[in-house]
Design a protein. Structure first.
Lengths: 131, 131
DNA sequence: TATACTAGTATACAAAAGGATAGTATTATG
DNA sequence: CATAATACTATCCTTTTGTATACTAGTATA
């Protein structure tokens, strides 16, 4: 085999990148699905919300999905859950300082997404109201 | 109603953010699923690959999924498909210049994902080999 | 006493994503 | 003529994701 042939042999990604893609997947999982970004955005904006408040703020979400995603975000340290000693009992969900770091990723996704719309749909500006 | 009460009324996200989240979703869709990132990574690294080459490089992918995702990436202008006049006929998939801009998003996802692993799993460095 | 608020859970179902396996068509090689 | 390579497509099945609807338990209000 000659030297010039060596680069023609294409080996599995793992041999070049190892586990490079594992943290990329981790990050993606935090933002994937229909409701995680709305929840993070809501708690980033309002700082703290109750369960029913979130149900109203995030239009279309069912209590089952809200409950499920809140648990996910809590175990991932992005939000906290605190039961208040009120009558009736209220629960306040808050974004953590760590949760606020999501905004760097979301900003990057937003920037790229805007360019992508321009490129693929040839749409400029905020004219995608019917989406 | 007093001024201090105004900020307590929490309205749906749309009233504050409009369609802010639409391009975020668009970007997310391009990177979501099990195979799009491996395909983009493979074509970014090798520049150009055949169908069977991609099947070997991306371990575990089935021809059905590879075909489906290649079509998606092509309609999103991230890759190109070119039929070569060889015998047997070969098809070369290449990353576009635009497709290369994905790396900025993936780098951000990687950076955040590494920090996330440290935070949530308390794992430092590249020790997540069993994932 | 009836209604409504708090914060959820339970059950059933539909849709989407992905996997397993087999098959097609063409051409070249032994 | 059999085998193998190219690039896929087709069918069936399982898993994951999300929806719809109803329900629980406690407290407050009209």
């Amino acid at each position: 085999m000659e030297d010039k042939d060596v680069q023609k042999i294409k080996v599995p990604l793992k041999e070049h990148f190892g586990n490079y893609m594992v943290p990329v997947r981790d990050a993606l999982e935090v933002f994937s699905g229909k409701w995680k970004i709305p929840i993070i955005t809501a708690l980033s904006f309002y700082e703290t919300c109750g369960f029913k408040e979130l149900e109203r703020i995030i239009e279309g979400i069912t209590p089952k999905m809200l409950s499920k995603e809140l648990k996910y975000l809590e175990t991932n340290l992005l939000i906290t859950r605190k039961v208040e000693n009120t009558r009736p009992v209220t629960v306040t969900y808050s974004i953590t300082e760590y949760g606020k770091t999501c905004s760097t990723v979301m900003t990057e996704l937003y920037r790229w997404g805007v360019e992508h719309r321009k490129k693929v749909f040839n749409i400029e500006g905020q004219t995608w109201d019917k989406c």
